[in-house]
Each structure stands twice: as C-alpha cells, then as structure tokens.
Design a protein around this ligand. Structure first.
Ligand code: ATP
Ligand code: MG
Length: 208
C-alpha cells in the first residue's frame, strides 16, 4: 500500500480539493482510503455526501499510524491523508508515515513564502515530497506562475502538471464529487489524470 499525505502550513491552498480529486481518479484502479486529520473534517464531510459504491472509504482512526494499519486491514492499496493548515505538530506524524508528501502551493508570493515549515518536516522525516501548483489562473498571471515554479524548483520537485483555478473544482465539493465529475468539458479531467499519473509513477519509482 502507498500513503500520500497532502500537507501545507498555509491554509486554503487546495489540500482537501486535491485529496478528493486525486482519490476519485485513483479509485478507477485502486481501493482508496481517506484519512482526514483536519479538525474541520471537510474531506470526511465530502465523503459523506458521496454516494456509496465506489472504491473510496473513510478510515476512522485516532492517529496517522492507526490509519495506516486500518487502511491495510481494510484492503486499501492507497491511503490519502488530508491535513490541517498551521498545526505542524499534528501534521508531523502524517508526514512521517508518507511514501510521498504532496505540497500544494498557489502561484502567489505569499504562498511560496510559506512552504518552509512543511518542507522542513518532510526533510527531517526523510520523506520525499513534491510541489503541485494549484489554482493557476486560466487567464493572466503567467509571470506569477512561472516565478512560483522557479522558486519552488530551488526547494524540490515540482509536478509538471499544474491544476488550474476552475469553478467545477469548487462546485463539486458540495455534492461529494470531484471537479472532473461535474464539469461539462474535460479540462479538469485532463489535468487531474495527468497529475495522478505522475504522482503514481513517482510512488512506484520510490521502490516500495
Ligand atoms: N483548482 C481549484 N480551482 C478552483 N477552486 C479551488 C481549487 N483548489 C481549491 N479551490 C477552492 O479554494 C478553497 C480552498 O481549497 P481547500 O479547502 O481545498 O484548501 P485547503 O488547503 O484544504 O484549506 P484548509 O487549509 O483550510 O484545509 C476552496 O473554496 C476550494 O473550493
Ligand atoms: Mg482542507
């Protein structure tokens, strides 16, 4: 089983949105467990709204380590952990058990300035991490996005596929769905499929 932890000390960068979208995409082929470490429980609520019958289940556990055992027992082959912002002590155990830490970052100077605590936790724990640039404007802002990528590249791997700022990603959460599941065109689907493929390749390349 692989464990993916979405973490960022900065709030509102898309940890929960990307956790759910990646879960839906991964669930085409995998049994996915979701562990919501955030007291806000947004991901757990999202899952409650979701109709049963797919390969995604919520893992009830008292700690990230317990979630790992529970997910394994329940036959999951991917565990996705969504974490709260700022509470670095709470995030730490979820980073320590991750095969890969995904750090979403918005293309903005304030957001890139905030990556250090998360990167430090991953480095201290010796866990691999990647950045995903999220909420890239579909019009304008190319300079900011390029600058963000360049800054992030100094600090670690940046997933080539960014995720754009698109209404379906936001709207989908209210019905327990993902952006690709509610859009009319295939724009969200294209980016989430490519992103998941790259994350999956990375997870398998880690030799576990
Ligand atoms: N790619 C996107 N396109 C459009 N809206 C997005 C996208 N990603 C996230 N959002 C929206 O941005 C807001 C913050 O996203 P989300 O709740 O996923 O972030 P978070 O990092 O989990 O926040 P928190 O730190 O509070 O847990 C939400 O309103 C969400 O719908
Ligand atoms: Mg969240």
């Amino acid at each position: 089983m692989h464990t993916l932890t979405l973490a960022a000390s900065k709030g509102g960068v898309g940890k929960t949105t990307l956790s759910s979208a990646i879960a839906v995409e991964a669930a085409r082929k995998h049994q996915v467990g979701l562990y919501d470490l955030d007291p806000q429980q947004s991901l757990a609520r999202w899952h409650e709204l979701r109709a049963n019958g797919d390969n995604i289940s919520i893992i009830e556990a008292r700690s990230a380590e317990d979630a790992l055992s529970a997910a394994t027992e329940q036959g999951c082959d991917l565990l996705i952990i969504d974490t709260p912002p700022a509470l670095m002590l709470a995030i730490q155990p979820a980073i320590e058990i991750a095969d890969l830490v995904v750090i979403p970052c918005k293309p903005s100077p304030i957001d890139v300035e905030s990556i250090d605590p998360t990167v430090e936790l991953a480095q201290t724990a010796g866990r691999p991490f990647v950045f995903v640039v999220n909420m890239v404007p579909t019009q304008g802002g190319a300079g900011l996005t390029k600058g963000t990528r360049e800054f992030l590249k100094f600090n670690g791997d940046v997933m080539p596929q960014a995720v754009s700022q698109r209404l379906p990603y936001t709207a989908a959460m209210a019905s327990g769905k993902s952006g690709p599941e509610v859009e009319r065109d295939k724009k969200c689907a294209g980016e989430i499929q490519t992103l998941w493929r790259a994350i999956s390749r990375k997870l398998h390349g880690l030799g576990k």
